[in-house]
Ligand binder design. Sequence first.
Ligand SMILES: Nc1nc2c([nH]c(=O)n2[C@H]2C[C@H](O)[C@@H](COP(=O)(O)OP(=O)(O)OP(=O)(O)O)O2)c(=O)[nH]1
Length: 136
Amino acid sequence: MMTKVTCALIEQYGRVLITQRSEAMPLALLWEFPGGKVEEGETEEACLVREIQEELNLNITPTKRLTPVVQTYGDKTIELIPFLCQYNGGTISLAEHRSYQWVFPQDLPHFDWCPADIPIMQEFIALMGGRTSQTP
Ligand SMILES: Nc1nc2c([nH]c(=O)n2[C@H]2C[C@H](O)[C@@H](COP(=O)(O)OP(=O)(O)OP(=O)(O)O)O2)c(=O)[nH]1
């Protein structure tokens, strides 16, 4: 049985928000795009708006669904569904995560990611790279 999980690629001034899982969470200390499990009867977009409000106290609007990634961790399989998101307001207040960073696309590969996030991070770089690259 596959659990649907949404995650948000929140952009601001050419950077994207990434969060580090806490010591207490599964996949401890790995980096991810914030989000969470889709509840019964909930749309993916509504899930993401709710999770980002709960976890970070930010108001976002999902604008574009990217390519989902299926990943097995031990005996459970998730489908991680990424969305580009617009940041509407709020000040970050971490409810669950250990830390966060606003990162330029070209710096994303330097972090220690949850395995499922690696293809998503790469798709984001391919999408944004041309717009934010420092190279001519
Ligand atoms: N929110 C989020 N979860 C992710 C990402 N990448 C990734 O592999 N995951 C996994 C971690 C969890 O196994 C699962 C669901 O995330 P969650 O944050 O709601 O789960 P959780 O820590 O409460 O874990 P659990 O014990 O309830 O399974 O998705 C990501 O980028 N964002």
